[in-house]
Write a protein that binds this ligand. Structure first.
Ligand code: NAI
Ligand code: MG
Length: 442
């Protein structure tokens, strides 16, 4: 509580000077932070893997370069932001993107530094000061980021990192009256608590809350591609908000799909996340492992069949769970409706496009959807009907920072990315100026 208080006070004090720093100056420091991330890439990758157990090779090659890119992208985008102007009967309207104030950023453990910097970079670029509270299960890289930012010349108080539990440090931050934005990625129940706290001061908030995304496989799909896309969903041991955990497969190809999928899934290399060869590493915490297995046990008790995996990985032990595929599940069952956040997929079949769309849209979530089909027109038709913030067609996880990102329904509120990040992190102002020499009474 006391640290949260001190961090908000520091952010409030540092705000006027940072907000007044010209855009080019802010952009220069963001690029210097990116340089620092690149210089310490090996450290950051190793620490992140030690902390949350995700693959070292993906931290090295995918995640940490993306962390640096987050800073470069929003620095460059800031310099391109237009201050729009237009005339009303000779009066100039001048619209500016003004900094909003101290921002509280609350992040989860599944992709700690990537998700933190996806918020920190645009918040700082916009001229705001930041209080970042990383997840208690993966706190370390956020503190390294604070060091890197200080070395890069970011003034004291502009980026503050508060370590602590959600119910203590997090709750104190999101209910603070001096906070002007809250951006949160995590679970739905926590989002509800944060929204309640934010209501007290009407603090604007942006929420990204995971999902239960579908992968639709039509009978005209390239089956090898479809199987590849499905197996990719075990990435990060299934701890990915965007994961397409519900495989919806046309009944004519379901048997062949399942056979090939099982073959591919059992060939995945399970093991130490520091090994280059490992495809699926451990889950993050005994509590998460227990949670995952609880979902699977209840699904099996309700009639589901594990055609791949189905329990903790007894060969490897520790926090390893077997990549799992469950069939014989019904649309209204818990395993189809709730986010597991582990290497657990379900498979359901459909006969018609309408049925596929109804199953796909039949949860309270709407973060993403993936479609495998060889028919362009079908792809367009189906994509238009899917409730999702992102739809991928014959691909997965292709992300462009210029694009809006976020979820529909209970997958979230708002969009971040590109201009939408600035839309959230800025207070827009329209200044209307009378023409020179103009008087009200002529
Ligand atoms: P969580 O939503 O409780 O935690 C996320 C962050 O919120 C952490 O930094 C935590 O300290 C903070 N927090 C918790 N309570 C808070 C409060 N009252 N006020 C302010 N901040 C608070 O997620 P948790 O419990 O770690 O994971 C549970 C489930 O949530 C997962 O199994 C998964 O289904 C889902 N999840 C979704 C994520 C996504 O990417 N959308 C990421 C992480 C979890
Ligand atoms: Mg929690």
């Amino acid at each position: 509580q006391a640290e949260a208080e001190a961090a908000v006070a520091a952010a409030k004090e540092a705000f006027p000077a940072w907000a007044a720093t010209p855009r080019a100056g802010r952009a220069r420091i963001l690029h210097a932070i990116a340089d620092g991330v690149e210089k310490r890439l090996e450290d950051l990758a190793g620490v992140e893997t030690a902390d949350n157990g995700a693959l070292l090779r993906s931290h090295r090659r995918g995640v940490m370069p993306r962390v640096a890119h987050n800073f470069r992208f929003f620095a460059d985008r800031l310099l391109e932001l237009d201050h729009e102007s237009f005339l009303t009967r000779g009066h100039t309207n001048h619209v500016t993107w003004d900094p909003a104030g101290p921002c509280v950023l609350i992040t989860p453990w599944n992709a700690p530094l990537m998700l933190a910097t996806w918020k920190v970079a645009p918040a700082l670029a916009a001229g705001n000061t930041v209080i970042l509270k990383p997840a208690e299960w993966s706190p370390l890289t956020a503190s390294l980021l604070a060091d890197i930012a200080a070395d890069a010349g970011l003034p004291p108080g502009v980026l503050n990192v508060v370590q602590g539990y959600g119910a203590e440090a997090g709750a104190a931050l999101v209910s603070h009256p001096d906070v002007r934005r809250i951006s949160f990625t995590g679970s739905v129940p926590t989002a509800r608590r944060i929204a309640q706290a934010a209501a007290a001061h009407l603090t604007p908030l942006s929420l990204e809350l995971g999902g239960k995304s579908p992968l639709l496989v039509f009978d005209d799909a390239d089956l090898d591609l479809a199987v590849d896309l499905a197996v990719e969903q075990y990435d990060n041991a299934g701890q990915v908000c965007l994961a397409a955990t519900r495989l919806l497969v046309h009944s004519a190809i379901a048997e062949e799909f399942t056979r090939r999928f099982a073959e591919r899934a059992s060939a995945l290399v399970r093991g130490d996340p520091r090994d280059e060869a490992t495809d699926v590493g451990p889950n993050i915490h005994p509590r998460q492992l227990e949670k995952i297995h609880g979902f699977v046990r209840r699904a099996v008790a309700a009639g589901a069949r594990a055609v791949v995996g189905g329990g903790p990985d007894t060969d490897l032990g520790g926090l390893h769970y077997q990549p799992t595929l469950l069939t014989g599940v019904t649309q209204d069952s818990e395993i189809v409706q709730e986010e597991v956040f582990g290497p657990v997929l379900t498979l359901q079949t459909f006969d018609t496009e309408d049925e596929a769309v109804a199953l796909a849209n039949g949860t309270r979530f709407g973060l993403a959807a993936t479609v495998a089909t060889g028919d362009r027109e079908r792809a367009e038709r189906v994509a238009a009907r899917l409730v999702a913030g992102t739809v991928w067609i014959n691909c997965f996880f292709v992300r462009d920072l210029r694009a809006p990102f976020g979820g529909s329904r209970q997958s979230g509120i708002g969009r971040e990315g590109g201009t939408w990040s600035f839309d959230f992190y800025c207070d827009l102002k329209n200044a209307v100026t009378a023409p020179e020499g103009w008087t009200r009474h002529g």
